[in-house]
Ligand binder design. Structure first.
Ligand SMILES: *Cc1c(COP(=O)(O)O)cnc(C)c1O
Length: 336
């Protein structure tokens, strides 16, 4: 594996810290918990998309793009980080937003990430109804821009394609290096999985380096079989892009979808508990769509005895705290 062969920009603060969670570990009374702070990647409140954008936007520059197109939900962290990163390169961003969630009123529609998108100066071209074919809508927008003499570069939702997933191959390398430095044996890696690029990159990177560290993705949206299939598909395409030998083992992709609740962007009681626990015990802010759903899954699995007492678990904090403001009313009830 030789990541330096791929064009890459420097857009964030890396390496992100790998820290202990002593209070949460004591509170749960199970395995020893650590957290990798990918919420602290530095780009306009940070998050996991920054790693992917280092490779994606390098590719965009190689192709001499002058406009970046991407899409996401109204409170997308990916859209926010993409606009911020493109700004650093002097590129315009045009965005399509999918109205996937319509329960949380004005705050959801105007605060949190969407407030930051506007502050960063991204162009929100259109709000499309839930279930729209967003990829097709982006292609149509790209055609229109090409007809106007532009060179658009289309980034899929969540930045999840093999080039974007290289960002999480890099994270796997970074984590292994930290594990050696801190003499920390890592028994499991756990994180929230959505558009699949994070898990695909981690799985490919941790397998290509023969680390034997299992990854567990906690789904925020899709049922288990579908998410495992999607993650495997991207992980094996990433594996090929890396030039790794043979085939990626199917068993390397493990997803648990028991913590989705009513659907994408709809926090469960466990999600809200995870936000409060991490805030009160560790001073860490999770987000209601992704990282707290992932953490809620981890907490429940620990309570059910899924992990051994002597094991070391690393939770990847994928970011998203900017989305908290979109859920103000719900969180205010919880805070009381
Ligand atoms: C996008 C996102 C995820 C999910 O990562 P994928 O690569 O899309 O699976 C997790 N947490 C946060 C905060 C995100 O914004």
């Amino acid at each position: 594996m030789h990541l330096a062969r791929f064009p890459r920009l420097s857009l964030g603060h890396f390496p992100t810290p790998l820290e202990a969670l002593p209070n949460l570990s004591r509170f749960l009374g199970g395995p020893t918990l650590y957290i990798k702070r990918d919420d602290s990647t530095g780009l306009a409140t940070g998050g996991n998309k920054t790693r992917k954008l280092e490779f994606l936007l390098a590719d965009a520059l190689k192709q001499r793009a002058d406009i970046i197109i991407t899409q996401g939900a109204t409170q997308s962290n990916h859209v926010r980080q993409t606009i911020a990163a493109a700004n650093k390169l002097g590129l315009q961003t045009q965005v399509l937003l999918e109205q996937r969630v319509d329960k949380f009123g004005d705050d959801y529609q105007h605060s949190g990430n969407i407030l930051l998108d506007n502050l960063l100066g991204g162009t929100i071209v259109e709000h499309l109804p839930a279930g729209s074919d967003m990829q097709q809508a982006m292609e149509a927008l790209a055609d229109q821009l090409r007809a106007g003499g532009h060179t658009p570069y289309v980034i899929p939702g969540g930045g999840s394609n093999p080039i974007g997933a290289l960002g999480y191959v890099a994270c796997a390398e970074e984590l292994l290096y930290q594990s050696s430095q801190q003499r920390l044996r890592i028994d499991h890696v756990i994180h929230a999985t959505g558009s699949t690029g994070t898990q695909a990159g981690l799985v490919a990177g941790l397998a290509a380096t023969n680390s034997h560290i299992p990854v567990l993705g906690i789904s925020v949206r899709a049922p288990r079989e579908k998410q495992e299939e999607n993650v495997y598909s991207l992980a094996s395409r990433t594996w090929q892009l890396l030039g790794a030998r043979g085939e990626l083992d199917h068993d390397a992709v493990v997803v648990n979808s028991d913590y989705v609740g009513e659907g994408y962007g709809l926090p469960t009681a466990g999600t809200l508990e995870a936000i409060k626990l991490l805030a009160e015990l560790e001073g860490i802010l999770l987000d209601p769509v992704y990282s707290a759903k992932g953490m809620a899954g981890l907490i429940d699995l620990i309570r059910k005895g899924r992990f051994g007492q002597g094991e070391n678990l690393v939770f990847i904090h994928t970011g998203g705290s900017a989305g908290l403001w979109g859920y103000r009313q719900l969180l205010e009830q919880q805070a009381r």
